[in-house]
Design a protein around this ligand. Sequence first.
Ligand SMILES: NC(=O)c1ccc[n+]([C@@H]2O[C@H](COP(=O)([O-])OP(=O)(O)OC[C@H]3O[C@@H](n4cnc5c(N)ncnc54)[C@H](O)[C@@H]3O)[C@@H](O)[C@H]2O)c1
Length: 415
Amino acid sequence: MKKICVMGLGYIGLPTASLLANNGYEVLGVDKNARVIDKLNAGNPHIEEPDLKGIFISALNEGRLKVSGKAQKSDIFIISVPTPLGDDNKADLSYVEAASAEISRYISRGNLVILESTSPMDTTEKLVGGIIHENSGLKAGKDYLLSFCPERVLPGKIIFELVNNNRIIGGIDRESAEEAREVYSSFVKGEMFLTDLRTAELVKLVENTYRDVNLAFANELSLICADYDINVRDVIKYANMHPRVNILNPGPGVGGHCIPIDPWFILQSVSRKNTLIERSRRINDDMPLVVSGRIFDLIRKNKNPKATILGASYKENVGDHRESPTKAVVSDLLAKKVRVSVYDPLVDDFINREESLEASLKSSDIMVLMVGHNVFRDIDFKKACKLMRNKTVFDTRNFYDGEELASRGFKYYRL
Ligand SMILES: NC(=O)c1ccc[n+]([C@@H]2O[C@H](COP(=O)([O-])OP(=O)(O)OC[C@H]3O[C@@H](n4cnc5c(N)ncnc54)[C@H](O)[C@@H]3O)[C@@H](O)[C@H]2O)c1
């Protein structure tokens, strides 16, 4: 049985390691966070994803999946560590560097190394390949196989999408791409397309950048429609009835660790200035300030104003709050001396977080819907009415029925 070492057991690495272990491989999952390793060894995945716990536990109990803080000799190494954005809008590749250095100590001739982390151009060959060569003397494409296989999964549906999505697989040579396809074909039902490393790296970045630019267009339309006093959602709905138009929905900003970040990875090595990609990024980054400005305008006349923010995560029905637009909204409101209370039952740790909705709404002047979690559909507005000082709702997601809220005595505004 071939042995795979998966470096990084987060949203990507843990589901991937669990699937591989359930489909014919002996897997060692490695993570540098001791808390993660302790939880996993106790049988508790540290991330919530449908169907993950079952496949993780079965692999762990049957001894096909082990977790550890340190790598070991393996046939295949998969790198799925974070690649966050640094302060200079360039990728922080320190985790990829550390994982590559560790792999260098255990790699042998004939092994396969796969980078899954979203990375700027040339990271696979120059950085991963360069570090391994420097430390082990082994050269990619000659002594071992090197591949880049990006992820395009949706949080909340990761297991389903890992299995069913089509994949793009880059290789330093054809054999590397084919060997990587062999690994994924143990559980992937989607189609797999083989290409070179650099094309695969850019394809991954282009996918999220396409969405970011489309969202910037939608967000800019929402500002233009506000000037014209027209409902942007109606405009987009009717425009999308054209067979070749597909505009995404506007919102209070673009969050998560992929869409707001990947466009910068494309731009970091190009000399071109004032690109559509960069301008789109700035439009989306400004949206939370448009939202906080609207909130402030609606409550500024109240004495010691208070805003209740519903939703801290970057998208609906998940607890992940990386790059969440709510953060920027809260900081701006606090700077404007507004009292802010954030309620999100899916997020455990967040600035000005309140445990209960009641406490959060108490003597509040405005309820701001930032994230369309299903649980926010069940809010008891009759009770909310009694708790709030002023009955105003600002809906940044077109989530509630404005007429119904108006009939309950709320002033209803949408983005
Ligand atoms: N989460 C997604 O939906 C998604 C989708 C597509 C692509 N990606 C990309 O996949 C990569 C991983 O993302 P994620 O969401 O799984 O990150 P994550 O933060 O959930 O998990 C990464 C894990 O790697 C561990 N780690 C850090 N350095 C390490 C090292 N040197 N050796 C071993 N483990 C180490 C961390 O402790 C952490 O547990 C990133 O590049 C991300 O952009 C993520």
